[in-house]
Design a protein around this ligand. Structure first.
Ligand code: ZN
Length: 258
């Protein structure tokens, strides 16, 4: 009986290793064919603006996108300073260092830090007011493409969701103009934490033909980890686990906000 149990366990372990190896092979094949220039072609010409709510969103959720747009005139607008724990000033410095890792120069990074939009997971920001402030910023950059969270905000953080609401409002006001706004797809919790293996799932389960899959190479993944490390005040043990297990460190699925 014991021998039979051991044999079943061995077969299960063997099959698990085979499946894992197959998935990693698929990952290497997919990353070999998905170059960043493909992404740029699909997104269209820049300038690009990435709008995030807190310092660390830019690498925790958007690193594959930011890295694929390296050297392509990418700007980052961070609405709050991430002052929920009173560390706003520290985190403003950290986002500059993180963006530097991601290839975004300091003069392309703006932290709005408007007290009307505090870092608070339980607060939806005023959509009209936020849209107005973002619009003033966009007037200066005049981007072709804006990228932000979708209506679920990846982690469900209400500040993230507020960004989607405000940018959707801007898109509706911009009807007929050439502004393209893209949202980062929120996936279920299982997919969120299977790391790079979600690249295979993303390819198999692509829901809409207009979705853009942005896949990081191993080198880009490693750069994203280095960017995360710049957020020292936030790099607790659970964030260290996050960089290993989160699919957002290796893959972003973007689609248009209409
Ligand atoms: Zn955030």
């Amino acid at each position: 009986m014991r021998n039979k149990y051991t044999m079943i366990l061995s077969i299960f372990a063997f099959l698990s290793i085979v499946v894992l190896c197959c998935l990693l092979c698929i990952y290497f094949i997919l990353t070999a064919f998905a170059s960043s220039s493909d992404v740029v072609v699909r997104l269209g010409g820049g300038p690009y603006v990435l709008v995030v709510a807190h310092p660390d969103d830019e690498c925790m959720f958007f690193a594959p996108t930011a890295l694929s747009l390296r050297g392509r005139n990418l700007h980052v607008l961070c609405v709050s300073s991430g002052d929920f724990d009173g560390l706003g000033d520290v985190r403003k410095i950290e986002i500059m260092k993180s963006c530097q890792c991601l290839g975004i120069s300091r003069d392309h990074v703006t932290v709005m830090d408007d007290k009307q939009f505090p870092d608070d997971p339980n607060m939806l920001w005023d959509t009209n007011l936020l849209a107005e402030k973002i619009d003033i910023y966009l007037e200066k950059i005049r981007p072709k493409v804006i990228i932000t969270f979708d209506r679920h905000g990846v982690s469900g953080h209400l500040n993230h969701i507020s960004l989607f609401n405000a940018i959707q409002m801007l898109v509706k006001r911009n009807t007929g103009k050439s502004l393209i706004a893209l949202q980062l797809l929120t996936v279920n919790r299982l997919r969120k934490y299977i790391g790079v293996l979600d690249i295979c799932v993303s390819y198999l389960w692509r829901q809409q033909s207009d979705m853009v899959e942005v896949i990081s190479s191993w080198q880009q993944y490693w750069t994203a980890v280095q960017a995360m490390k710049q957020h020292r005040s936030q790099f607790a043990w659970f964030r260290q686990l996050y960089v290993v297990f989160s699919r957002y460190m290796a893959v972003n699925t973007l689609h248009r906000i209409s």
